[in-house]
Design a binder for this molecule. Structure first.
Ligand SMILES: Cc1ncc(COP(=O)(O)O)c(C=O)c1O
Length: 430
């Protein structure tokens, strides 16, 4: 029998329900990104403005999924609309280099501390594939060390050891053998680099919430052992600071993969880093074609976005709103006597629910989530339905903010979140 929360979800979204019925014969699970799966069906969005979005039934939401982290400028930012509209009228693929790609690349170089040279690609997945290839080409070695559960895109090598990696996932065993997956433990990294002389690089996911001392040690160890250090700044790039996680912590990797904010809400990625490593893209070494690399629309949007990041308090504003949300959520948990915390760095807030503990509310190291948003856990799923019903868009234990969220938006979010928690409690779940 449907819960009261689920009944309301059904009532609020009749058009989405119909659209969802049409999609299930087209796409596995009815979606084209695993993260959009939802039961009993997913909500279909129509448009957005700033921090708000509206679905095809006309329901309004405050957005905390923000284009999977790409939309730090909010939806339909006037500078992006202008840049893209002007370019669309001038042509979307001129099969040649453009002035905007130089403008865009110059901004990446100015903002990202490790960027001596770079190449544009079309996504974060491609960027990370290219970092691995450059590291191998430069070092003449073949293995990559990564950390447990880290997500570096869905390509064969980078995906090994990701949270939902499966032995039946189609990754050849030969590729698996090139990947070494370690816990976040410097001693384990040091031992592995000592014992194996075929390691090209160690890769770290920049948005992993971990004390910066770990990164400093990682930089020291990789430098001592002469192994390339790669940062995956697909999420943290231009978010954790103007120069990403490396800019925030002043730990400078050899190579960096970026995407999301980089391209101003359009598809785009890049690999940047030490000139001698990026220069492995050259005749006789790494070949690098790609129809949509630095395409005119992404270049125009990307350059416009990075100009704003460089010159406006984009990061500081998003960080301040995240801090406000984090404080408010922690107060709410205390008030409602729900064990857990809200924690996280910069403008991303995570929640650990159902785990009684004390922590610093930043790098919280308490154990596993007790209420995950996985399909099997009906409590967090119910909370997700309830938050969507209340007009909060996203995962109820993870919030990605933009610079367009106002203090009033965050206050309203906290009210709605309290209502949603109350509804889940009324159903006997918390
Ligand atoms: C840390 C990280 N790396 C890589 C990727 C892959 O990027 P894309 O989805 O653009 O291929 C993602 C995507 O969410 C990511 O979060």
């Amino acid at each position: 029998m449907a819960s009261t929360i689920e009944e309301r979800y059904l009532q609020l979204h009749p058009k989405s329900s119909l659209m969802s019925d049409k999609s299930v014969d087209l796409f596995p699970d009815g979606v084209t990104h695993d993260g959009r799966k939802f039961s009993p069906f997913r909500v279909y969005m129509d448009h957005g403005l700033g921090p708000r979005k509206w679905d095809i039934d006309g329901n309004e939401y405050i957005d905390y999924r923000t284009g999977h982290g790409a939309m730090i400028l909010g939806q339909a930012h006037p500078a992006i609309v202008k840049a893209v509209s002007e370019q669309v009228a001038k042509g979307t693929h001129l099969s040649a280099s453009t002035e905007n790609e130089v403008r865009w690349g110059t901004l990446v170089k100015e903002l990202v501390p490790s960027a001596e040279r770079l190449r544009f690609v079309s996504s974060g997945t491609e960027a990370m594939m290219m970092t691995f290839r450059m590291a191998r080409s430069h070092s003449g070695k073949s293995k990559i060390v990564k950390f447990e559960g880290a997500f570096h895109g869905w390509a064969d090598g980078p995906f090994v050891g990701a949270a939902n990696d499966s032995p039946e996932g189609g990754i050849p065993p030969q590729v698996r053998e090139t990947m070494i997956v370690l816990p976040y433990d410097i001693a384990a990294v040091e031992r592995t680099l000592d014992e194996d002389d075929d390691i090209a690089a160690v890769v770290f996911q920049g948005n992993q919430v971990i004390h910066p001392s770990f990164l400093e040690q990682l930089r020291d160890v990789t430098r001592q052992k002469d192994v390339i250090l790669i940062f995956d700044e697909v999420v943290s790039g231009f978010r954790f600071s103007r120069g990403g996680c490396q800019g925030l912590y002043n730990v400078i990797p050899d190579l960096t993969g970026m995407a999301k904010i980089l391209a101003g809400g359009l598809p785009g990625g890049c690999v940047a880093g030490r000139a001698d490593i990026v220069n492995t893209v050259s005749p006789g070494r790494i070949a690098h074609p790609g129809t949509f690399n630095a395409n005119p629309l992404s270049s125009a949007a990307g350059a416009a976005a990075l100009e704003l990041v460089a010159n406006e308090p984009i990061n500081a504003t998003a960080d301040a709103r995240a801090q406000q949300l984090k404080n408010g959520l922690n107060e709410l948990l205390t008030k409602m006597e729900i064990p857990g915390c809200a924690y996280g760095v910069s403008s991303i807030v995570h929640m650990r629910l159902g785990v009684p503990h004390e922590c610093d509310k930043v790098y919280c190291e308490a154990g596993e989530q007790a209420m995950m948003t996985a399909a099997g856990d009906d409590t967090t799923h119910l909370l997700n339905q309830a938050t969507i019903n209340e007009g909060i868009w996203g995962n109820p234990t993870s919030f990605i903010l933009s610079a367009t969220h106002s203090e009033a938006d965050v206050n309203l979010t906290l009210e709605k979140y309290e209502t949603a928690l109350g509804q889940v409690r009324a159903e006997g779940k918390i």
